[in-house]
Design a protein around this ligand. Structure first.
Ligand code: HEC
Length: 390
């Protein structure tokens, strides 16, 4: 049987027998059926990958729907088995498959690719959760399947070690790293994200841009020069605007992360900026909406929080040196805690209106360890406050 025929066969079999066996608890039938279900999941996942690579919306929609159906059944199984941990992972998997579906319907192949990565991560998490249930030969099969050409190039440092559990990290009850606390970048990036010499009031810095060059389109390179010349008044910081993304991560002010299931909130000392990152599996709302801080949806890939942020306005800059973007900005951030007190922060910046190609920044976020450290207030005035309020 070819792959598609096998999928159809198993899905039909499952829909006739599946719920009956799960409820009746005939463990032998049930186990055979679940194995078949997992094999079908594997096949469907590959079909989805093929469809996404071919950017075939019809096929992607069809297989993502089947995938969601099967994962719905998988979830139901674990609900009946009263295993809340596994139910949660099945839900994540289900929500990733629904994101693939909605992205394919909207023709957003970049979002679909992210959702596919999230889906693969949930397959792995669930299998890691139940190593004792994975007997002999299924292990190499999974490894083989993962060795297939990835849809999106893996991140620079995604080595084998990145799948190992880092014992140095504090964790939430659901196993994800606990990032709560007060953090700050020790970087001169807020003055200039590229390497720069010291100037009056500006410390020298090596820059945070990978390769140091920013691939501006020609018109945008000219605009950047203009911005630089006018930076004293044109920098949105001089107007007290909230800093946008990714600048919020490296303005020279601390920020606090508060983490609850389904949501991570960043509170910055800098002009009371609040940024919500939803981690509940939801997708960006439809349409372009202008937000100062954009719309952020995150998911976990092992110990890395991956955040997809879109829907920005064009009013913020990357730094005081005039590096800028349009409202087509798309930022993909990766927060990887390396120990209890350091987070490696990386962001890929895309903006087809301004840049010729995507580019990357990276820096380290440090945890504040001072006793009783807390956020204070930085109010900002876009006028000469001492003149009017002496
Ligand atoms: C909710 C938990 C969970 C999720 C999510 C999950 N799996 Fe599984 N998977 C299992 C368990 C448990 C087994 C062991 C099955 C058994 O033998 O009963 C398994 C086994 C497998 C197997 C081996 C089956 C065999 O022949 O023994 C494959 C292949 C597989 N999974 C693929 C996938 C793929 C692909 C995904 C993601 C699209 C996925 N799984 C998501 C729990 C999960």
């Amino acid at each position: 049987m070819n792959r598609t025929a096998r999928i159809l066969f198993t899905l039909t079999l499952l829909s006739v027998l599946g719920t009956h066996c799960a409820v009746a608890g005939n463990s032998q039938d049930e186990s055979a059926l679940r194995k078949a279900g997992m094999d079908t999941l594997q096949d469907l996942k590959e079909e989805v990958q093929d469809a996404l690579n071919a950017q075939s919306d019809r096929k992607a929609i069809k297989v993502a729907e089947e995938l969601a159906k099967l994962l719905q059944r998988e979830k139901q199984y674990w609900v009946l088995a009263k295993q809340p941990d596994v139910v949660r992972l099945a839900e994540e998997s289900l929500s990733a498959s629904r994101q693939i579906l909605s992205s394919a319907k909207a023709g957003r192949w970049d979002h679909a690719a992210n959702a596919f990565k999230a889906l693969e991560a949930t397959c792995t998490s669930c299998h890691d959760l139940h190593p004792e249930q994975r007997a002999g030969q299924s292990q190499p099969r999974l490894v083989l399947a993962r060795a297939k050409l990835p849809l999106v190039a893996p991140s620079r440092d995604a080595g084998p070690q990145s799948t190992q559990r880092n014992a140095a990290l504090a964790r939430n009850p659901d196993g994800t790293p606990d990032l709560s606390g007060i953090w700050q970048a020790l970087s001169t990036a807020n003055w200039d994200i590229q390497g720069h010499q010291a100037q009056s009031g500006v410390p020298a810095g090596p820059g945070i841009v990978e390769g140091n060059e920013i691939p501006y389109q020609p018109w945008a390179a000219a605009q950047k020069k203009k911005n630089y010349a006018n930076r004293a008044t044109a920098d949105p910081e001089a107007k007290c605007y909230v800093p946008g993304v990714p600048r919020l991560a490296y303005v020279p002010f601390p920020f606090q992360i508060s983490q609850t299931p389904g949501q991570l909130t960043i509170l910055s000392e800098y002009v009371h900026t609040v940024r919500v990152i939803f981690t509940n599996g939801s997708s960006h709302p439809p349409g372009h909406i202008d937000w100062w801080m954009g719309d952020s949806r995150g998911h976990w890939e092992n110990d890395t929080l991956v955040v997809d942020a879109i829907d920005f306005n064009d009013q913020t800059w990357f730094d005081h040196a005039g590096n800028f973007h349009s409202d087509a900005l798309h930022v993909i951030e990766r927060y990887t805690p390396v120990d209890a007190d350091h987070i490696n922060y990386e962001a890929t910046i895309e903006d087809p209106k301004v840049f010729a190609q995507p580019w990357k920044i990276s820096l380290v976020l440090y945890r504040h360890k001072e006793k009783n450290f807390q956020l204070l207030e930085y109010e900002c005035y876009g006028f000469d406050v001492e003149k009017y309020y002496p």
